[in-house]
Design a protein around this ligand. Structure first.
Ligand code: TXA
Ligand code: MG
Length: 358
């Protein structure tokens, strides 16, 4: 049985006890809900992969507490490998950690001896982050080890942003969900790799805007296309965050007719529109959608995408459960802020529908 408890002191103590005995617990971060286990024990890590049915080649993010707020401290604790000398890599990592932790930034560095290979799917690196979530930090305060935590969804499904989402995903498979309410960022952390020369490469756009990283470090962040990001971040398959219904993407100024024609539902009768910037069915869409029964959900975000990001996964989940043949979503034609992360999640959520149609 899976219990949902508000994060009271007794519930936090119960969660800590479960984690000390090698069990898994779901809990909120500021980005999405995570499924946590002792990051230093292979048997505990295995329980995460089992509950999520996650492919074993997809590494986990290790979440550290307030005591591990600097790179020297990460090295002292054995989370990051000790190069035995100063290095551009560690200086660059310290700039990021010092400025953005706690927060939605995961930094990939050489894995230290306190963390078993299982936590990063056998890779020599590890992704680390200090979450900005009081519940998570209070739990870490009670524990002598860091917590491995992927998003608390079954593999290849939408990440959960509330305790009930987690229950939908993992109910019956995990003992406890701490309910901290809906998450505030709404999509996963930005993942960057810090190279030996101190260069920073993006592995996944997310809850921290790239401009913020570039401003703070004075460095241009390299993009995945710059080199083989697939081998760097094996979890980044095209299909991910996928709803069960066909999800079709179009820009608001383009005719969605051709994409609809290539999609699994060529003549949708009941269509849900998920709009990011627009408030109403865009004029460029109306002729292709003539005759369809439309339900319109608008995230109506005129700004940097934070508002849309916060609601995106909850809306996708709700529309996926609704009485529609397909979802047609607006691919936002904006850069900066949360927009690249939103476009990334939408594109990957739509990948399965695209593959099916091909
Ligand atoms: O916001 C988040 O990051 C959430 C919350 C729970 O913290 N966690 C999360 O974890 O999204 P997950 O497992 O769903 O996604 C982790 C991503 C994957 O794309 C994985 O491939 C990448 O981070 N990653 C983790 N460790 C890595 C490593 N050593 N090298 C490259 N990529 C890594
Ligand atoms: Mg995930």
């Amino acid at each position: 049985m899976t219990r949902i408890l508000p994060p009271s002191v007794p519930a936090l103590n119960r969660a800590a006890e479960l984690l000390r005995t090698g069990q898994v617990v779901a809990l909120p971060t500021e980005t999405v809900y995570g499924l946590a286990a002792d990051a230093t024990r292979a048997e505990a890590i295995a329980k995460i992969y089992e509950a999520k049915q996650r492919p074993l080649d997809n590494p986990l993010i290790v979440h550290v507490g307030r005591g591990a707020a600097s790179v020297p401290e990460l090295i002292a604790r054995g989370y990051v490998a000790d190069p035995g000398r100063s290095s551009h890599q560690l200086d660059s990592a310290q700039q990021l950690v010092g400025r953005f932790w706690p927060g939605p930034l995961t930094v990939v560095l050489p894995r230290g001896p306190a963390l078993p290979p299982e936590v990063s799917a056998g890779m020599s690196t590890v992704g680390l982050r200090m979450p900005f979530s009081e519940v998570f930090l209070e739990l870490l305060d009670r524990l002598p080890f860091p917590l491995a935590a992927p998003s608390a969804n079954r593999a290849n499904r939408i990440s959960p942003t509330s305790a009930t989402d987690v229950l939908d995903e993992l109910g019956g498979r995990i003992p406890l969900i701490l309910d901290g309410g809906p998450t505030t960022v709404g999509l996963e952390s930005t993942v960057v790799q810090v190279d030996e020369d101190g260069g920073i490469h993006l592995l996944r756009p997310g809850g921290l805007a790239l401009e913020a990283i570039e401003r703070a470090t004075g460095k241009a962040v390299g993009h995945p296309a710059d080199r083989s990001a697939r081998s760097l971040s094996p979890g980044r398959r095209a299909v991910h965050y996928a709803p069960g219904k066909p999800l079709i993407l179009a820009r608001s100024d383009e005719d969605p007719g051709p994409v609809l024609a290539r999609s699994p539902v060529t003549e949708p009768t009941r269509l849900a529109l998920l709009l990011m910037l627009e408030r109403d069915c865009p004029p460029a869409w109306s002729s292709a959608l003539r005759g369809a029964e439309l339900t319109i959900r608008s995230l109506g975000d005129p700004g940097d995408g934070s508002m849309a990001a916060r609601q995106l996964f909850a809306e996708l989940r709700a529309l996926d459960a609704g009485p529609y043949d397909a979802i047609l979503a607006e691919l936002p034609a904006r850069t900066g802020g949360m927009w690249p992360a939103i476009a990334d999640r939408l594109t990957r959520a739509a990948a399965r529908s695209r593959d099916r149609a091909q």
